[in-house]
Write a protein that binds this ligand. Structure first.
Ligand code: ITT
Length: 189
């Protein structure tokens, strides 16, 4: 079975293709680069759902497809940047987040990384959502060479390593995206 993944982020494509190859013999991910407009809503579930509906209406693709929206939710900042994670990353980057967190210690550095996958089986079906999240802390400094985006400042709970210090297999096993995507694979199979 071939499913189409709409995104502008090549790092997501690599992670998802690696996971599909490792977890399922029957599912192949095809990537289509498409910069759909993302509504700035409070909940990333709603953002993902509306994005999938938009693609369904605009493109009316004949194959099953999905999109995914991810966000970093810093507890001490009331969930900021959350649905604005891409905008904030482009504007202030990891160094900007570290500055915002400069006076936060210990438990105050807690953060949740969340992915919502929105899957449409056909143009006739409403999006089906799969949510995955993972817990960690904002690291004290940027650490590691791997991954992308916020990975160098996301210290995975208990591991003492940032996602950027993990191999891609280690990250995928525990990441927000890995957890959401494996739910989609289970649903399909
Ligand atoms: P789309 O075209 O799929 O929307 P995007 O990069 O805009 O690609 P998101 O809105 O889902 O994706 O991502 C929000 C931000 O979070 C963005 O800056 C990403 O680089 C970053 N991000 C998403 N997943 C991440 C991960 O696993 N590790 C680190 N940063 C991540």
């Amino acid at each position: 079975m071939e499913i189409i993944f709409f995104t502008t982020n090549k790092n997501k494509v690599k992670e998802l293709k690696d996971m599909a190859a490792a977890e399922s013999k029957n599912i192949r991910i095809e990537h289509l680069e498409y910069d759909y407009p993302e509504l700035q809503l409070e909940e990333i579930e709603a953002v993902a759902k509306e994005s999938a509906k938009y693609i369904n209406e605009k493109i009316a693709i004949k194959k099953p497809f999905f999109i995914e929206d991810s966000g970093l939710f810093i507890h001490a900042l009331n969930g900021f940047p959350g649905p604005f994670s891409a905008y904030v990353f482009n504007k202030i980057g990891n160094e900007g987040i570290l500055k915002l967190m400069a006076d936060k210690k210990g438990e105050e550095r807690k953060v949740t990384f969340k992915t919502v996958v929105a899957f449409c089986e056909s143009v006739k079906t409403a999006p089906h959502l799969f949510v995955g999240s993972t817990e960690g802390k904002i690291a004290g400094e940027v650490r590691g060479e791997g991954g992308f985006g916020y990975d160098p400042i996301f210290e995975f709970e208990g591991a003492g390593k940032t996602f950027a210090e993990m191999s891609s297999e280690e990250k995928n096993a525990v990441s927000h995206r890995g957890r959401a995507f494996r739910k989609l694979l289970n649903y399909i199979s």
